[in-house]
Design a binder for this molecule. Structure first.
Ligand code: ATP
Ligand code: MG
Length: 386
């Protein structure tokens, strides 16, 4: 009897030399978390994972969940059969239901079958041709399907003909912890996704401005965080009331510097949260030149208030590329819901495009910066495990 199993290949982890076992065990943990609630077994053999022992009805669900696990390069559904030429051939003829040009490739890790890999491939191809007649043909170069017979050292052979692309990247947890500044817009969720994909565990902070912004604006941020959560478990979402800070800036600083100073306050609070929770970096959806607050001078002045690295994964993307990515990862439809953000509420008419750091620092002396930061952090009542 043949069983199905899912073969998981994990790309880049290979490159990590001495750290390999660390990456492997992290990926294993993340796969198990992703498949939580389903019945399955997970085995590791020669740099591949095999998911087996699941119910046929769960196969698609397992595949869909695995497609979101970072660190997985590709997936194949395999028929698993005892290594015996007749049995392999029978399974192949039973399972392979495509028409067109094909080739058979054999990869052998044991020599229980006393033939060369090429001979085995030739035999299996000939048997399949016999069984299927005119609907298929062999073409070693221009094939539509490559049927792979992976003869493993455990006495079993794995047959598959499809490689489903995985999410790529590195296992979440391998690149430390980051705090994403998550607005309700299109960009920041994509930035969070990209940091996740490179193995960073992404927590999120959202600034809101009751009563200027609505409950829905907060819910939107929470919904976006939930979509990100579907790629990796356990992030924390911080909600920070920003109204007092915005009003203070509005009152005490020149209007054209509003956004610049607001951004610096956001980063200061983020920096404080990083210190408190041991996060290693701040992540934003900023993009070079997109708006006045994202010119190189503006980014310089925003970055000057923290010693933490600010990761800006979208820095050199075009908006059309960011939108395409947002659609692909599933955040776009939520991002375009029309709820106002705390920044748009206090938007100056003529924001400064090239703020000089010295000038900004001078203007901020009108504020009691430390007190404002402490107050925002101490009043932070809502910390949501999502
Ligand atoms: P998006 O809002 O999708 O990030 P945007 O082009 O509207 O894109 P800005 O409003 O200029 O960007 O904000 C730049 C960055 O500052 C955002 O990408 C986000 O990281 C951070 N940010 C802005 N508003 C907020 C907010 N209310 N809460 C948390 N972070 C925010
Ligand atoms: Mg925004």
């Amino acid at each position: 009897m043949a069983d199905n199993c899912i073969l998981i290949r994990y790309g880049e982890i290979f490159l990590k030399g001495g750290n390999r076992s660390f990456f492997e065990s992290l990926l294993k943990k993340n796969i198990k978390e992703a498949l939580n609630g389903l019945k399955f077994e997970l085995g590791l053999s020669r740099a591949r994972y095999y998911v087996s022992g699941y119910g046929t009805d769960d196969e698609n669900e397992i595949l869909n969940r695995l497609k979101r696990v970072f660190g997985i390069h590709s997936l194949s559904v395999c028929g698993k059969i005892e290594t015996d030429l007749e049995k392999i051939s029978a399974l192949l003829c039973e399972r392979f239901d495509k028409s067109g040009r094909f080739r058979v490739s054999v990869n052998r890790a044991d020599n229980k079958i006393k033939k060369s890999s090429t001979e085995i491939a030739g035999y299996l191809g000939a048997e399949l041709l016999k069984a299927r007649g005119d609907s298929i043909s062999v073409d070693l170069k221009n094939f539509d399907y490559e049927i792979n017979a992976d003869i493993r050292e455990n006495g079993y052979t794995y047959l598959f003909y499809e490689k489903i692309p995985g999410a790529g990247g590195l296992p979440v947890g391998s690149s430390g912890n980051g705090l994403l500044l998550l607005s309700g817009g299109i960009d920041s969720p994509v930035a969070g996704y990209m940091a996740l994909r490179r193995g960073m565990r992404v927590h999120a902070a959202h600034f809101f401005s009751f009563p200027y912004t609505s409950v829905q604006a907060k819910e939107k941020a929470a919904d976006l965080a939930k979509i990100l959560r579907s790629y990796a478990a356990e992030p924390t979402l911080f909600f920070i009331m920003f109204t007092g800070i915005q009003e203070a800036i509005y009152e005490k600083c020149p209007n054209e510097y509003l956004i610049t100073i607001m951004r610096r306050m956001m980063v200061r609070i983020a920096d404080r949260l990083c210190a408190e929770h041991g996060f290693d970096a701040i992540i934003t959806g900023e993009n070079l030149g997109q708006v006045a607050s994202q010119t190189i001078e503006s980014l310089t002045s925003t970055g000057a208030v923290t010693d933490k690295p600010i990761l800006r994964p979208l820095i050199c993307f075009d908006k059309s590329e960011i939108i395409a990515a947002a659609k692909k990862i599933g955040t776009y439809d939520t991002s375009v819901l029309p709820f106002e953000d705390c920044c748009t509420v206090f938007l100056p008419k003529n924001p400064i495009i090239r703020p000089r750091l010295k000038a900004v620092e001078e203007l901020e002396k009108a504020l009691n910066v430390n007190e404002l930061v402490e107050q925002a952090v101490s009043e932070m009542t809502e910390v949501v495990k999502i």
